[in-house]
Design a protein. Structure first.
Length: 179
């Protein structure tokens, strides 16, 4: 397997992991919890979902052939809390991820040598992908942080539970020996 093939496999896996974390946070929130924001300068989970999806639709529609900042995108509108139901929030979330993951899956090894444009700036394809990894991970982290604040003691961890690191590591080591 070439380094380019490995890279394409790894980024697909990592982005799917990032989505799963966001899915886990969204699954634990209902109603007003999705719209809670610390203050007027903060974003709610609903607004973050709207922004991430808007970014995905803009950046990843015709990723290799058109500027990633589409003229149809209204980025400022992404920060207005207009999604009223969990169903609407989840639909917007899934739409963005579907476009993104489909585009990511369509990237060929040879495409990694090319360039794309975002807001008129020429970027290496790998740079554009890594830029989105940082961007999406940041926002998913915000969603998790907000969800943890809102849920308090009801929060169900999406990673290793506190006080369980040694047991987790032991189980991972045992599983690796079984393979």
């Amino acid at each position: 397997m070439t380094i380019a093939q490995t890279y394409l496999q790894v980024i697909q896996k990592r982005f799917n992991n990032v989505k799963e974390l966001g899915d886990g946070a969204l699954a634990q929130l209902e109603g007003a919890e999705l719209h809670w924001a610390y203050n007027e300068e903060s974003n709610s989970v609903a607004v973050i979902v709207k922004h991430v999806s808007g970014n995905m639709l803009s950046r990843w529609t015709d990723f290799l052939t058109t500027d990633g900042e589409k003229t149809t995108r209204n980025r400022d509108d992404e920060f207005i809390n207009s999604l009223s139901t969990k169903e609407a929030i989840l639909a917007v979330w899934e739409e963005g991820w579907q476009v993104f993951l489909d585009a990511l899956a369509s990237i060929k090894e040879s495409d990694l040598q090319g360039h794309v444009t975002i807001r008129g700036e020429k970027l290496a394809v790998i740079d554009a992908i890594e830029r989105q990894m940082a961007h999406y991970s940041q926002h998913i982290g915000q969603m998790i942080y907000i969800a943890k604040q809102v849920k308090g003691a009801e929060w169900q961890t999406l990673s290793i539970a506190r006080g369980q690191s040694q047991a987790f590591n032991k189980a991972m080591l045992e599983n690796s020996h079984e393979k």
